[in-house]
Design a protein around this ligand. Structure first.
Ligand code: XMP
Length: 318
């Protein structure tokens, strides 16, 4: 019978034999897959596992700091890299969703390559690839592995791609990955985290991305997610997020007329992201979130709720 403990034990033994004293580099995304891959490799090779966690400036509010702290508490050898400006520079003026994805993927590879090159004598590239990633062409997991794979046909290969690849979770489904993570002591806030796309808020800001828009979206999204958690709805939906719309509408605040932007709230139920139904969040909860966002986030005077299912809509708006 498959158990997470037996899987972890066997995999750790096999990794020890395979990797011996070699150095391994792994890109952490804050998601479940790369985190579990890191934990299992850490038990096999200890400090020879070098983790890199890139702040692309498109993460949720406080996410970089809090996830980095969790990783350090787990004893991982992890380097946090602030590369925000590089991503913002590459995104400046871009409005097409696929061009934005390409730019984000390209910069990620540049930054990751630079970091990997600083680890002398590194032999292996570890990835948190899981079974559905292997069988589907589109990854629903987000994170560096998805980004790397979809872009390695552009130009010459970056140095880290000449490394040997190790993918310890390649045979597992998502629920099995979670069970292994739990067995290895991964904290609940990482274990139960919603999927988050690799390009992050970059594809939740429709049109061009600026640091100012990122901050507004982070603030609105923080209020949304906090309320989902407090009301118990976070664990009932499969994925949730806030979308910044490049549309201004008229509002009134005190005696003042306002002309500010709209955010859309999205929450869906799904099994694997391939199909999804919009979640029937209670009206009272939506009312509370809407008030809190409009009263606290400067630049937003209107909140709408997305009631489209997939298909024919998609989960993300871009
Ligand atoms: P859609 O919008 O296609 O999303 O219904 C399905 C799932 O995939 C995620 N997603 C992405 N993940 N890079 C990723 O790593 C991407 O470019 C990307 N686009 C969508 C989305 O968050 C959802 O979970």
């Amino acid at each position: 019978d498959w158990t997470p403990f037996a899987f972890a034990e066997e995999t750790i033994d096999a990794l020890k034999a395979q990797l011996t004293n070699d150095k391994v580099v792994l890109g952490l995304s804050g998601g479940v897959d790369s985190s579990v891959a890191a934990l299992i490799l850490h038990q096999a090779v200890g400090k020879n596992l070098h983790c890199v966690f890139v702040d692309n400036g498109l993460l949720r509010k406080h996410e970089f700091e809090s996830v980095l702290d969790s990783y350090k508490e787990l004893g991982l050898n992890v380097k946090g890299v602030n590369a925000k400006q590089k991503f913002y520079d590459a995104l400046a003026g871009l409005t097409d969703p696929e061009l934005k994805r390409k730019a984000i993927g390209r910069v990620f590879i540049e930054v990751f390559d630079e970091e990997a090159n600083q680890i002398s004598d590194v032999k292996w590239l570890a990835q948190g690839t899981i079974y559905p990633d292997v069988i589907e062409s589109v990854s629903v997991n987000g994170g560096p592995s998805a980004t790397i794979k979809s872009h390695h046909n552009v130009g010459g290969l970056p140095d880290f791609m000449k490394l040997k690849v190790v993918e310890p979770l390649k045979s597992l489904f998502k629920d099995e990955v979670r069970r292994v993570g739990k067995a290895l002591g991964l904290p609940a806030d990482i274990l139960n985290r919603h999927p988050f796309p690799g390009p992050g808020l970059g594809i939740r800001i429709l049109g061009d991305v600026t640091p100012e828009k990122v901050q507004i979206l982070q603030d609105a999204d923080y209020i949304y997610i906090k309320n989902l958690k407090e009301s118990g709805w976070y664990d009932k939906v499969w994925q949730a997020g806030t979308i910044y719309l490049p549309i201004q509408s008229v509002g009134v605040m005190g005696d003042e007329r306002t002309y500010e932007n709209v955010v859309a709230l999205r929450a869906v139920g799904s099994v694997d992201g391939m199909t999804a139904d919009w979640s029937h969040l209670p009206y009272e909860l939506l009312a509370k979130i809407s008030n809190e966002i409009i009263n606290n986030v400067k630049g937003i005077n209107r909140v709408v709720y997305d009631i489209s299912s997939k298909p024919p809509a998609t989960i993300e708006w871009e």
